[in-house]
Design a protein around this ligand. Structure first.
Ligand code: UDP
Length: 475
């Protein structure tokens, strides 16, 4: 019998590509099935995406096919958001995906699309037996998305103006400060795309979600059993997380900045003493916020490793590609903090950094991959949510799970001052802080739980096997 074949389709953008590559890697290594990844690359041919694909190809666990991008400029408004553009691109790619699948000698047993590729679920003449959606985020976010079409009907006016949090059956309600950025303006096309995703997900055969039973048991139970939620979604949900890149030898690429220098520096620091600051693949701050963050780090007196990106603007003027990244820092900052802090400006080997024993806390924008990379290493988080579903993530981490502290106001709305930055940084690593101690202990507990979920017979391992049997990837 032919080896079973799983086909994964990744939407453009690193935030979609990385989780799909990691899922493919896991399917290949755990289930011993053939995995093909169809990667739709951003029109701009992002160098980071190409490097990421190159690194994944070198690993050799999956076959990777890049799908040539199509021009969608005539299909979207010039000021369309990234989500709108990706959704339009994935719709425009439908026939290319169909052709690619049809031309495959080894027919896929199952097709898995990511969150922005749900329109591909309706491809039905290519001989694929089953279609699943991969949600590389958590169960509360999934519940909101599948319930959004209902909220869209019953809630009047803008969500940002609601007095009461939005009720999702069986789940924690979503308050105005936790809305997805796609929900902030209901007349924007990206909101319609999000509602459409909520309608399309339940048309699949099931959902794989990057969380685990012990982390979000109540929400997963609601997704499976709540009768009101089941009215909109009756398909099975398989929690298979955490699925993240595991640390390995650092491959020096054009994009990683002297990785050895980073680790030489980390090796010299005390255990669990360094705060790692990184706002994901796209998180940028204003000039004012960059300055305050720098002052705050300096004021805290704690060691830090900062992955610095060029601020979005300098005093109201958009920054230019040739502006030096460190232009956004206070005068003399790099000299004064030499030894205490290290600033890097290129792509950082984040997984390896978080697994280094000297890292004691992570100031993160709370992108879900960053969150999981931190939790699986037991590193507590300073939640600094900026976009997408990160405000929900911050609430989940700080208020429900108890592995994070957060800013008083949302960093996306208000500049967080240096005193608050210093306060948070000290709290997350200082030994004598009792709240910090509690959060650090919880982070260790979650780390142990995350390993247990993926141990042989653990909840996520079993869930993946159950799914694989269900869709006949394994017998
Ligand atoms: N990342 C990295 N080096 C960097 C910045 C980001 O390795 O300098 C990786 C990070 O480890 C994570 C991903 O990029 O795997 C970012 O994903 P996440 O979901 O956290 O946030 P997004 O960038 O999608 O907002």
């Amino acid at each position: 019998m032919d080896q079973a074949h799983a086909l994964l389709v990744a939407s453009p953008g690193l935030g979609h590509l990385i989780p799909v590559l990691e899922l493919g890697n896991r399917l290949s290594s755990v289930l011993n099935v053939h995995v093909t990844i169809l990667a739709v690359i951003s029109g701009s041919s992002s160098l980071t995406e190409i490097e990421t694909i190159h690194a994944a190809t070198t690993r050799g666990t999956c076959e990777i096919m890049e799908l040539p991008s199509v021009d969608i400029d005539h299909l979207v408004e010039p000021d369309a958001t990234v989500v709108t553009k990706i959704a339009a691109k994935m719709r425009a790619m439908k026939s290319a995906v169909r052709d690619a699948v049809k031309s495959m000698k080894r027919k896929p047993t199952v097709m898995i699309v990511d969150f922005l590729g749900t329109n591909l679920i309706s491809i039905d003449d290519v001989g694929v037996m089953a279609k699943y959606v991969y949600v590389p985020s958590h169960a509360w976010f999934l519940a909101l998305i599948v319930y959004l079409p209902v909220l869209d009907k019953v809630v009047e006016g803008e969500y940002v103006e609601i007095k009461e949090p939005l009720k999702i059956p069986g789940c924690k309600p979503v308050g105005p400060k936790e809305l997805l950025d796609t929900m902030l303006n209901r007349s924007n096309q990206q909101y319609r795309e999000c509602v459409q995703t909520g309608l399309e997900i339940p048309m699949s055969d099931g959902i794989l979600v990057n969380t685990w039973e012990e982390l979000q048991g109540n929400t997963l139970a609601a997704l499976r059993e709540d009768k009101d939620l089941n009215r909109v979604m009756k398909i099975p949900v398989y929690p298979i997380g955490p699925i993240i890149r595991t640390s390995g030898p650092i491959v020096k690429t054009k994009l990683t900045e002297n990785p050895n220098g980073i680790f030489e520096w980390l090796d010299k620091q005390r255990e669990r003493s360094v705060v790692y600051v990184c706002l994901g693949s796209g998180g940028k701050l204003s000039f004012e916020q960059t300055m305050e963050l720098a002052w705050g780090l300096e004021l805290s007196g704690q060691s830090f490793l900062w992955v610095l990106r060029r601020p979005v603007s300098y005093l109201g003027v958009s920054s230019r590609d040739d502006d030096h990244v460190s232009n956004g820092l206070p005068k003399g900052f790099l000299d004064r903090t030499r030894g205490v802090g290290l600033v890097v400006t290129q792509w950082a080997p984040q997984v390896e950094i978080l697994s280094h024993g000297s890292i004691g806390g992570f100031l993160s924008h709370c992108g879900w991959s960053s969150v999981l990379e931190s939790l699986t290493e037991g590193v507590p988080i300073i939640a600094w949510p900026l976009y997408a579903e990160q405000w929900m993530n911050a609430t989940l981490l700080a208020d429900e799970i108890g592995v994070a502290i957060r800013t008083l106001e949302l960093p996306s709305k208000k500049v967080i001052g240096r005193e608050e930055v210093a306060f948070l940084v000290k709290k997350i690593v200082a030994e004598e802080d009792s709240e910090g101690r509690k959060i650090r202990a919880k982070a260790q507990e979650v780390k142990v739980g995350s390993k247990r979920a993926w141990a042989h017979g653990g909840s996520s391992h079993s869930s993946l096997l159950e799914w694989a049997k269900q869709c006949r990837l394994v017998s």
